[in-house]
Write a protein that binds this ligand. Structure first.
Ligand SMILES: C[S@@+](CC[C@H](N)C(=O)[O-])C[C@H]1O[C@@H](n2cnc3c(N)ncnc32)[C@H](O)[C@@H]1O
Length: 292
């Protein structure tokens, strides 16, 4: 056999094994959906595959089929897989530019409404929603706001409702807060308790935490602002479109949608959204329909 032929067959073997791996992963996602009702089938493949391959490494399993079998018959193992697939990384005042634009550009428009309904979708362990609560309080809008903070991951939501964060993170969060335009003393928003930083209860009173799955659950009603940051980046383009429709149906005319730093709306011309503010931070607004 000459080198050319040998090379082609090695390439072919790799292709075959990648294809077989992908079939095994598709079957694993199907098994999760049918057994537990969580639908990861339209999440972006690259991230999903990376997370599952990492899991295989740390669990020492030899194949995705073995993983499928285990998660079908062992709920505790499924929960480990679920934690790996729902990436809960977050921080307070993450991407400070977002909060700058929110404070300077969006808040003046939100202020014109007598009361506000805000949905933080994919709130993870709550750092983002408390950042928003602080900003609203400083802008004297918190008392007339109702915030719905949702996530697919109930363990993360429980942490969010407790609002206790590692004290050593407060230094970085204080810097983020000031860089985002916060002018107060950040330490007034938490007390050192339970070995961590406990968020002040006055910031919790108007927040409702609840489980909600963006893939399978229905729309919320009449929102003025939706923040969904660093969530849709894990979805494929079809699922992104579906979730954008859900947001479009959940917002009032002129309501705002704020996305993460690396997220964009794909087909603006087909949606009811228009881009607002000439900035790297992406805020979109529902266009008023003619005659309304
Ligand atoms: C990377 S975190 C983003 C947290 C926060 N929004 C931020 O920007 O810091 C992504 C969150 O999306 C949640 N998530 C993933 N899929 C979801 C779905 N289908 N419905 C609701 N939340 C989902 C995950 O559980 C996770 O908490």
């Amino acid at each position: 056999m000459n080198d050319g032929v040998r090379m082609r067959s090695a390439d072919q073997e790799l292709l075959d094994s990648n294809e077989s791996n992908q079939i095994e992963i598709d079957l694993l996602l199907e098994a999760i959906f049918r057994k537990y009702g969580y639908d990861f089938r339209n999440y972006a493949k690259a991230t999903l595959n990376r997370r599952l391959s990492h899991l295989m490494e740390i669990t020492g399993m030899s194949s995705y089929s073995e993983m499928t079998h285990r998660l079908l018959f062992d709920q505790a193992f499924f929960e480990i897989v679920f934690e790996e697939l729902t990436i809960n990384v977050t921080e307070m005042f993450r991407d400070v530019e977002f909060y700058k634009i929110l404070r300077q550009e969006v808040i003046p428009e939100l202020r014109t409404w007598p009361s506000l309904k805000i949905w933080v979708a994919g709130c993870a362990t709550g750092e983002e929603v408390y950042s928003l609560a602080i900003l609203l309080k400083e802008e004297e809008l918190y008392h007339r706001s109702q915030i719905y903070a949702t996530d697919i991951n109930k363990t993360a939501l429980l942490k969010a409702s407790q609002g206790i964060y590692p004290i050593e993170k407060m230094k970085q969060y204080t810097q983020n807060y000031h860089r985002s335009g916060g002018g107060d003393s950040f330490s007034k928003y938490y007390t050192a308790q339970f070995g961590g930083a406990l968020i002040d209860s006055s910031l919790k009173s108007n927040i409702l935490f609840s489980a909600h799955n963006l893939v399978t659950d229905s729309a919320f009603n009449q929102m003025h602002l939706i923040c969904c940051r660093n969530v849709m980046i894990y979805f494929d383009s079809e699922l992104q479109k579906k979730v954008v429709r859900l947001f479009s149906n959940s917002l009032l005319p002129s309501g705002f949608l704020g996305l993460g730093k690396n997220e964009r709306l794909l087909d603006l011309e087909e949606s009811r959204f228009k881009t607002r503010f000439n900035s790297d931070v992406k805020f979109y607004q529902i266009q008023r329909e003619h005659g309304k």
